[in-house]
Write a protein that binds this ligand. Structure first.
Ligand code: ZN
Length: 211
């Protein structure tokens, strides 16, 4: 896929996320790797529902921004994740309703915010470490994300009192992972107070999960 095609795909899927309420206003940001190194990133202050392929931010293979719109300030933590997870081709960061609600709960397990109760969470996400709260833009977010992601198979990280960061092989995979994860968080809230059947260790292992 050419960089132009990647940018078009990114715009299409970001609009789809926005249209279905996964992102509101200027919240959230998305990036993909470019073919020859570097990244295509949603611009600072942009709305995921109103992007255009010719007006995205581009970071060169040397890490310097190319002339054009400035990338999202939160790209710093995307970059930290790409550095430690070379297999990741795209990153989606959302303040989606149910995952953000989950991120605001006190006492979440630091190693995995959602105890698996569906196979899809295990197959798509594996597990979801929780990164402590820092003010938006704080460099500690990138530092802690890199530390949690290094050597891990986790495809998502929950930022306390903030939102979620989701990885994928490419933009389609990252968006699918984000949608599955938001649905899982929604189910968890819907089932609050019910007796849940959690997957056993053996059932998780059978799906290739665990960590
Ligand atoms: Zn954010």
């Amino acid at each position: 896929m050419t960089d132009e095609a990647r940018a078009e795909r990114m715009v299409l899927l970001c609009k789809s996320l926005f249209d279905r309420g996964y992102s509101v206003g200027g919240a959230g940001n998305v990036s993909v790797r470019r073919e020859a190194g570097g990244f295509i990133v949603t611009p600072t202050g942009s709305c995921l529902g109103r992007l255009s392929a010719g007006a995205l931010s581009v970071i060169g293979a040397d890490g310097a921004p190319l002339p054009g719109p400035k990338p999202s300030k939160e790209f710093a933590f995307h970059r930290a994740l790409y550095d430690v997870r070379p297999e990741a081709g795209a990153i989606v960061h959302l303040h989606s309703t149910y995952l953000t609600a989950l991120s605001c709960l006190e006492g979440l397990p630091r190693d995995n915010a959602i105890r698996p109760f569906t196979p899809y969470y295990v197959m798509r996400i594996g597990h979801m470490p929780v990164i402590p709260y820092y003010r938006p833009g704080a460099p500690e977010i990138a530092r802690d994300l890199a530390a949690a992601a290094q050597g891990s198979k986790a495809q998502a990280f929950l930022l306390a009192s903030h939102g979620v960061v989701v990885l994928g092989r490419d933009i389609d995979d990252a968006v699918n992972n984000a949608e599955e994860l938001e649905e899982t968080a929604k189910l968890q809230f819907l089932l609050r107070g019910e007796t849940l059947h959690y997957l056993t260790e053996a059932e998780i292992a059978e799906l290739g999960g665990g960590y």
